[in-house]
Design a protein around this ligand. Structure first.
Ligand code: URA
Length: 438
């Protein structure tokens, strides 16, 4: 195999053969193909795209660059959920224990926040003692005993993706739908799951800026998963305003506990219940999503899902007792409210600005190696359609540094629009994508 011939073939718009893709990914993982050739191929894919068959092979080759988790050792049907990321998106923290309390095994490998989108691992690490770096045997034990475990990606899972993602980040090749789809799906397929539900977000606080882009990404990933024999569905959901009422790690964990106690914000619960219902359908627990609703409500109402979350926290070394009693999470030293300049109806809450303000407060990172301030973030976020009086708080900013707080206040200025009359909240769940209906 001559790498430059493969690059030239893709550059000229031809489809690559299975052997060419596998050899390229193997060579790149081993280091016999250098970064500059991989970068050139990624750029060629960026401009020329990939066929369905090419994508299936690319995803499989990236998955096989590492070791798959041996979750088949654990009895029961396994499923996971993946979100393309957003602001205030704490759905995984609620969904994993909720689905586990309904008998689904949820082996969830999550990521850290980058840019304005938060990361599930950062949220969990705001809980005193919670370990996201379980060894494979520990992960299996938590899964077998608790039914759900949320951990970080180890070096053994899809190393080709780890290398390629870092390379794409510095070569302008991140926003390519085939490369994003293969990158996400190779890690999910390595979990050894039977079913996968995707939450593909569009809007000001999401990767995908239009519903059309989100639909294309959703279809691409659903096809890859279905081709690999997995039960798949994807919801396209709105991320123009933040999800729920908080953004920022510890604040989102506190909101998660409220949601698991049956006091979740309506938009957060709508998305969470819709995704969990899909998961119950795909795993054959219920015939359709309407049958899932009363079951999920009962698990929330009885406290079963909350207990499952606290059990997972404890098994990961987290201080579940403190968490259950309202402690165990860091609090920021400084708190500043932003207030409505006049009475009216909230007509917009710009998730992009809220996300950037969170980043300025220290809740996120701009480089992978940055540390995050788990206590920083924004709480009490008003929602589109709500009435506010003049001077009423629209949100509260939390920080440990005056300079960061001032910077965040500058960024968030203008994130909230208040109008006269009614304002309709955006369509939260735009579409469901299943194999064959895309
Ligand atoms: N998340 C991933 O894991 N990969 C991408 O390429 C984009 C988002």
């Amino acid at each position: 195999m001559v790498p430059q011939w493969i690059i030239e073939k893709k550059r000229d718009g031809a489809a690559l053969a299975e052997g060419e893709i596998r050899a390229f990914i193997e060579g790149y993982t081993r280091g016999t193909i250098p970064d500059y050739q991989m970068a050139a191929l990624a750029m060629a894919v960026f401009f020329r795209g990939m066929t369905r068959a090419e994508l299936a092979v690319l995803t499989d080759a990236m998955m096989r660059s590492g070791t798959a988790l041996e979750t088949s050792r654990i009895p029961g049907v396994k499923a996971d959920k993946h979100s393309t990321g957003g602001v205030g998106d704490k759905v995984s923290l609620i969904l994993a224990p909720l689905a586990a309390s309904c008998g689904v095994v949820v082996p969830m490998i999550s990521g850290r926040g980058l840019g304005i989108t938060g990361g599930t691992l950062d949220k969990l690490e705001s809980i005193r003692g919670y370990r996201t770096d379980l060894a494979p045997d520990e992960f299996m034990a938590v899964l077998a005993e608790c039914g759900c475990s949320i951990v970080g990606q180890t070096a053994a899972v899809a190393p080709a993706d780890r290398k390629l993602y870092a390379l794409r980040d510095v070569t302008g090749t991140v926003p390519s739908i085939p490369l994003i789809a293969a990158s996400i799906m190779c890690k999910k397929l390595a979990e050894g799951i039977d079913a996968l539900v995707l939450d593909v977000k569009w809007g000001r606080g999401a990767f995908m800026k239009t519903p059309e882009q989100a639909r294309e990404l959703a279809r691409t990933m659903v096809e890859i998963g279905a081709g690999a024999g997995k039960a798949m569905s994807a919801l396209i959901t709105d991320m123009n305003q933040p999800l729920g009422r908080t953004a920022g790690n510890a604040l989102e964990v506190a909101e998660t506990l409220e949601a698991l106690s049956g006091r979740g914000a309506p938009d957060l619960m709508r998305v969470t219940l819709a995704l969990t219902a899909q998961m119950l359908v795909l795993t054959g627990r219920v015939p359709d999503t309407s049958a899932a609703r009363p079951i999920l409500q009962a698990q929330l109402g009885s406290g079963a899902a909350r207990r499952r979350f606290l059990e997972m926290v404890a098994r990961h070394g987290g201080d579940a007792e403190a968490l259950a009693s309202g402690a165990g999470l860091p609090r920021a030293r400084l708190r500043r409210e932003i207030r409505a300049p006049r009475a009216g109806t909230v007509s917009a809450v710009d998730a992009g600005r809220v996300g950037r303000a969170c980043l300025a407060l220290g809740a996120g990172r701009t480089r992978v190696e940055d540390a995050v301030d788990h206590a920083a973030g924004i709480s009490g976020i008003v929602k589109i359609g709500e009435r506010v009086d003049e001077g009423q708080p629209l949100a509260a900013l939390h920080a440990n540094d005056e300079g960061r707080l001032d910077e965040a206040l500058r960024i968030i200025d203008g994130a909230f629009a208040i109008g006269e009359g009614e304002a309709r909240p955006p369509e939260l769940i735009v579409e469901t994508v299943r194999p064959g209906n895309g």
